[in-house]
Design a binder for this molecule. Structure first.
Ligand code: F6R
Length: 364
């Protein structure tokens, strides 16, 4: 049932504050500001390496996780798309654990990667949305996302719930490994608790985003740029747009711009830059200047301070609420989803059932 929404995707986008909150509550005691106990098959404190494998949007959630685990918990992470992982004949040492991310829990390549790790004898954990799925059954530990059924083929609420789980795990790993102080741990927990409210505020930007989408509906190609965790988000934004609007889109690390994609920039090329004010902001602004100098149409997604300090004339600026670093990717996923959604609506494509795509890819 779509309720008063035109599409399941729209409904699922709007459910995010609630399902993120519900998911976080499984890992966190909001009132007490503490973690809920988990029956872990491995000890974060003793882990040498975490190996992550997944497909599509779930892979991009894992890639954001790599930044979090490495920066906060000093835990090295290997990550690969499952279709490559399963055949790469990866040596897996003792001291490693494997983490799989999947909405359906049935994706053929991810499941094959899981079985590869199982044969290698390392502990297996999965983040899945479908409780009784094959991956859930074959894992030593399941970290559930409580997003509820996701009907739209393009993943939205499952993605942000995956991010919420991974952010919690990374913060928890940091505490277990002693790479953050007790005070810092408390701050991270508080920040996680703020995610649902910030997501809810971001939903209010709908009209502004619709306006940008009206422009995108007339173009053939779109480039998304970001640094750090905004780089996987750039790829997620591009994936969402191509899936449902059939506009060719690519996500790039902003620093890679001059290594090739800058050749594409001209007056017809919209470039969506994801750049909250923070550690990489100045670097991204210099990439924006390179785009502006070639006449590229910049659509900047940032926060108040970023909008004020971006010394480049953007074609459009979408200003999000201030979000702490840890949860910013959860918040910044929203405008990307909404941009893809409204562009597809304006183009009249089948948003919930885009051509050639299946919700769950159970064959190779
Ligand atoms: C993108 C999308 C796909 C899935 C991918 C993995 O919007 O939905 O890229 O993320 O097929 O599916 P799961 O998470 O079920 O393993």
């Amino acid at each position: 049932d779509k309720g008063n929404h035109r599409h399941f995707m729209e409904k699922e986008i709007h459910e995010q504050p609630e399902v993120i909150s519900h998911t976080l509550a499984h890992y966190l005691d909001f009132a007490g500001g503490t973690w809920r106990p988990l029956d872990m098959p491995f000890d974060f404190a003793k882990l040498d390496r975490l190996t992550i494998s997944a497909c599509g949007t779930a892979y991009l959630a894992g890639l954001i996780g790599k930044y979090w685990f490495e920066r906060l918990a000093r835990l090295p992470v290997d990550i690969d798309i499952a279709s490559e992982f399963r055949y790469r004949e990866i040596p897996l040492a003792k001291g490693a654990a494997a983490l799989f991310v999947s909405q359906s829990g049935e994706t053929a390549d991810t499941l094959a990667s899981l079985r590869y790790c199982r044969n290698a004898g390392i502990p297996i954990a999965s983040i899945v949305n479908v409780g009784g799925s094959t991956m859930a059954r074959e894992s030593d530990l399941v970290f559930p996302t409580l997003a509820g059924p996701e009907i739209g083929v393009a993943s939205t609420k499952a993605f942000t719930c995956q991010l919420a789980v991974i952010a919690s795990l990374a913060a928890r790993a940091a505490a277990a490994r002693g790479t953050i102080t007790r005070e810092e741990e408390k701050t991270l927990i508080r920040q996680l608790c703020e995610a649902p409210r910030l997501v809810s505020e971001t939903l209010k930007l709908q009209h502004r985003i619709e306006k940008v989408a009206r422009e995108l509906a007339h173009v053939r190609h779109v480039l998304y740029l970001g640094r750090d965790t905004n780089y996987p988000l750039a790829m997620e934004g591009a994936l969402k747009l191509k899936e449902i609007s059939y506009i060719h889109a690519e996500g790039y690390a902003a620093g890679e711009l001059k290594h090739g994609p800058i050749a594409l920039i001209d007056e017809t090329m919209p470039v969506i830059v994801i750049a909250p004010h923070g550690r990489m902001f100045e670097k991204t602004v210099s990439n924006m200047q390179e785009v502006a100098a070639r006449g590229g149409k910049i659509i900047l997604i940032t926060d108040g301070k970023g909008a004020e300090q971006a010394s480049v004339k953007a074609f459009e600026t979408i200003v999000l609420p201030d979000a702490p670093d840890l949860i910013a990717p959860i918040v910044y996923a929203l405008p990307l989803q909404m941009l893809a959604y409204f562009t597809a609506v304006f183009m009249g494509t089948d948003v919930d059932q885009p051509r050639n795509l299946a919700k769950s890819v159970t064959v190779e």
